[in-house]
Design a binder for this molecule. Structure first.
Ligand code: CTP
Ligand code: MG
Length: 166
């Protein structure tokens, strides 16, 4: 899941600049995505996810760790892209609910990246997903995601990368 987990913190570190919605509003008069979703965050975040995936592929090759999932260029690209597209979708619905940028939306804020990443693999490389996903791994992802999410955001808040600790 590293290719899915890394894009968000990297986007928070290096994001900024032109928002993806170009500052435009939706038909309800509220922002489409908001200022928290930028081109720079999206692109650098996805590249970082793919980058860590490439490292994983090399590590598995070099050490022959057969119990690790066998990533492919396809799987790491889908996980990284899906994570931030899931985040983007979440922000779309968050704005429709009238929640401001950075407002708390507990379950959605944590699982958006998991839903986006797994959905992308399911749609475009279901063979890889079914070959590598077990019920145990899925449950571990559901348990680990909120813990990692919270921990990383508290760290980001302390280092003033994030404006809120969630
Ligand atoms: N970020 C970005 N581009 C993205 C995703 C994130 O630039 N595609 C950066 C923004 O600076 C954002 C920060 O990462 O503020 C944290 O991301 P997130 O918590 O997802 O955004 P929020 O600011 O909380 O906005 P939202 O309410 O829409 O979730
Ligand atoms: Mg947020």
């Amino acid at each position: 899941m590293l290719p899915a987990y890394l894009p968000n913190p990297v986007a928070a570190l290096f994001g900024g600049g032109t928002p993806i919605d170009l500052g435009r509003n939706f038909s309800d008069g509220k922002r489409i995505f908001g200022d928290g979703k930028t081109f720079r965050g999206l692109i650098i975040g996805i590249l970082a996810g793919i980058g860590i995936g490439l490292v994983q592929i090399q590590v598995v090759k070099a050490f022959g760790w057969e119990n690790l999932p066998e990533h492919t260029y396809m799987s790491i690209t889908l996980l990284a892209t899906g994570a931030l597209l899931g985040d983007l979708c979440k922000s779309f619905f968050k704005r429709r609910l009238g929640k401001e940028r950075g407002a708390k939306w507990p379950v959605a804020d944590m699982y958006d990246l998991v839903a986006g990443a797994l959905l992308m693999v399911l749609i475009f490389d279901s063979a890889w997903l079914f070959a590598n996903m077990t019920l145990l791994i899925f449950i571990l992802i559901l348990i680990l995601t909120p813990i990692l999410h919270r921990a990383v955001n508290i760290i980001g808040y302390h280092f003033r990368v994030k404006e809120v600790p969630w």
